[in-house]
Design a protein. Structure first.
Length: 269
């Protein structure tokens, strides 16, 4: 009387889910693997090229900071001689290269006296601030605020020296020198400044003798360094313009040394 909608006993039940064919599974697995592999390779290529681009630009303009602290006692002694007495340096001024990873790279300072480092500039800057504070104390003008002003004044002088070197390189069409190289070369200024400020502490006319001497030596060091190390890649620059810009680097050292050497709380004197 009523229709029985359930399966009849003894009758086979029809399959509710059709069995996939081996061809369907094969095509599906191959297609998904192809898509995943293609997307993975494409993504890896994009990320790899982006990472390589970023690393190349970082190494191009900033270099490795650890490179600039690979120094020893022998290097520090010889480097100070080159910076303070550049006219006595009889060797070459070019940096030594070595093959690394299929391309040429500069040797670290511990193996090359002409390589820039940041150890000497940082130590010289700290010594400059301490000597300037001592000079203020001997004159009865020391205060924490005055020492803070001297610290900021030294940083500003360092920045101006870096800006000068960078602008001159850009004007010659060579702005590819790493920034830390510029920071290191500009920081050597404080090695001479330490002796100039020491002249203020010593009695007599020591300051008026040490100041022009250290300023002249620093100018010679920067001119020779910029000419043979940093300007080596500039081939199409006008020779007369080249010499004028080198002369500008040397002349700027005199007002910069006079400003930094005048230990006072006044910014402009």
């Amino acid at each position: 009387m009523y229709n029985n909608v359930g399966p009849q006993p003894g009758m086979p039940r029809p399959p509710t889910n059709p069995q996939p064919t081996p061809f369907g599974n094969a095509f599906y697995g191959a297609g998904s693997g192809l898509i995943k592999g293609g997307l993975g390779a494409y993504g890896e290529k994009i990320l790899g090229s982006s990472s390589e681009y970023v690393q190349s630009n970082i190494s191009r303009y900033f270099s490795d900071p650890q490179y600039y602290f690979q120094v020893n006692d022998h290097y520090v002694r010889n480097k100070l001689k080159v910076v303070l007495f550049p006219f006595l340096h009889r060797g070459h001024w070019t940096r030594i290269t070595e093959p690394v990873g299929g391309r040429l790279s500069y040797k670290p300072p511990i193996y090359d006296i002409n390589a820039p480092d940041l150890y000497i500039p940082f130590m010289a800057f700290g010594t400059y601030v301490v000597l300037a504070g001592l000079s203020l104390g001997l004159n009865g003008k020391f205060s924490p605020e005055a020492l803070n002003w001297l610290f900021v004044k030294g940083l500003l002088g360092w920045f101006m020296q870096v800006a000068l070197l960078k602008i001159i390189l850009l004007s010659l069409g060579s702005g590819e020198a790493p920034l830390l190289d510029m920071v290191a070369y500009a920081g050597y200024t404080f090695t001479g400044m330490c002796f100039a400020v020491l002249g203020k502490i010593l009695p007599g006319y020591s300051y008026y003798i040490l100041m022009p001497c250290t300023c002249l030596c620093m100018g010679i060091f920067l001119v020779k360094t910029m000419k043979r190390v940093l300007f080596a890649e500039v081939r199409s620059v006008d020779s007369s313009r080249h010499h004028y810009l080198l002369l500008l680097i040397g002349l700027v050292q005199f007002p910069l040394f006079a400003w930094l050497g005048n230990v006072s709380v006044n910014w402009f004197l």
